[in-house]
Design a binder for this molecule. Structure first.
Ligand code: NAP
Ligand code: G4F
Length: 345
């Protein structure tokens, strides 16, 4: 029997990698996209899978639409990856973020409950942002939460409502507490892609300087292609649960730049501190990194580092791609795009 997976946020980074994985496993994929002036499928095109997906019009803000789509699709598995996923924006749009990232989760769970779809398994995209002002290092499933942004707070609601529907109504609803994961398909506003694309443009002479915010924040960065496998594994377990997915290693934004720069023939030398910091390319003597206060956040998450022991033991999940491989993969993809003058990314 062919299984049907319903993926919200299929036009995003994780949606694209998850769809590819599930297609390889023989699933029928129904992909939910928002109605906009032009549907954004460039990531699915990049992976060569756009034609294998059945698209449905879907918005997490519209309950009646969710009800109709879920009833019609009758999925075996639902992966709720859709979100207002940019932490910085959540400080500017806290109510919208809460509606999508918190209430949106309840709308899907209510649809599953309303139709009595007790065999349908649900995955919620939770996040290391729940840990925020980290109460322990490294963070695992037992670490208490202290979110530091409206995004983190909204996702905390999404996480607990997923747990609550499991406990109250017996749904097979699982929550993946995923640490940052990146790829050549990462949105260009997130810091890793901003760096790999920015350096590629500087190297090609299209741009002089890359403006960034806090260089000293540290993140546990993995490869999105590895992380979507953990999502699938969670829904294959007899019992639902919550799992931390991470590499267990952390690096600062500064370190990411230092590792990326030589891949573009640059060598970074830092001068100045905090908002006065600049990064100079030793080879040309030019300033290529400067700080812009606009990219700082009102409250920051300084240090994220995850402990995935439970996922390793219970799911058999392992992180295959290391940090240098990830940076190399992203740098190579952006050099190619800039060289070919691609506009979609
Ligand atoms: P992403 O690239 O930003 O994709 C977000 C997706 O959500 C897009 O497809 C977007 O559609 C869709 N979306 C936004 N608002 C929607 C709405 N109101 N109704 C329906 N769809 C909507 O995010 P990602 O990096 O793939 O992350 C996937 C999920 O994992 C998100 O929930 C994110 O918060 C969470 N997460 C990500 C990470 C990470 O490091 N990547 C870590 C932990 C958790 P459009 O194309 O129309 O904008
Ligand atoms: O790349 P970021 O925007 O990712 P952030 O805030 O960690 O959020 C991502 O990961 C979360 C998992 O922990 C997801 F839940 C969430 O959906 C998203 O995918 O920023 C990373 C760090 C921050 O500390 C930020 O202050 O980089 C710092 N940073 C420094 N300069 C910058 C910049 N971030 C961005 N976006 N742009 C900058 O210029």
């Amino acid at each position: 029997m062919v299984k049907t997976a319903f993926i919200t946020g299929i036009s995003g980074q994780d949606g694209a990698y998850l769809a590819k994985l599930l297609l390889e496993k023989g699933y029928r994929i129904v992909g939910a996209t928002r109605r906009t002036a032009s549907i954004n499928t460039h990531r699915l095109q990049y992976l060569g899978i756009e034609q294998d997906i059945e698209f449905v019009e879907f918005d997490l803000l519209e309950f009646t639409n969710i009800l109709r789509v879920i009833e019609r699709t009758a999925p075996d598995e639902i992966y709720n990856l859709a979100a207002q996923s940019f932490v910085g924006t959540s400080f500017e749009q806290p109510l919208f973020t809460a509606d999508v990232d918190a209430m949106g989760v309840t709308r899907i769970l209510e649809a599953i409950r309303t139709f009595g779809m007790t065999n349908c398994r649900y995955y919620q995209a939770s996040t290391s942002e729940l840990f925020g002002k980290a109460q322990a290092v490294p963070q695992n499933e037992q670490t208490s939460f202290h979110p530091r942004s409206p995004y983190g707070v909204a996702k905390l609601y999404g996480h607990w409502i997923t747990v609550n529907y499991r406990e109250a109504f017996g749904l097979h609803s699982s929550s993946g507490i995923l640490f940052n994961h990146e790829s050549p398909l990462r949105g260009v506003e997130f810091v890793t892609r901003k760096i790999t694309l920015g350096l590629a443009n500087i190297a090609a002479g299209n741009q002089d300087v890359l403006e960034l915010g806090n260089l000293d924040a540290q993140r546990d960065w993995g490869f999105a292609g590895d992380y979507v496998e953990a999502m699938w594994l969670m829904l294959q377990q007899d019992e639902p649960g919550d799992y931390v997915i991470a590499t267990g290693k952390t690096h600062s934004i500064r370190k990411f730049i230092e590792i990326a720069a030589p891949l573009y023939g640059m060598e970074i030398e830092w001068s100045g501190e905090a908002e006065d910091a600049i990064g100079i390319d030793r080879k040309t003597g030019k300033t290529i990194i400067t700080i812009n206060q606009a990219f700082f956040r009102p409250a920051e998450v300084d240090l994220l580092i995850g402990d995935s022991s439970i996922a390793r033991d219970k799911l058999g999940w392992n992180c295959k791609t290391n940090f240098s491989e990830l940076v190399e993969m992203m740098a190579a993809a952006d050099q190619k795009r800039v060289g070919e003058r691609q506009v979609n990314f």
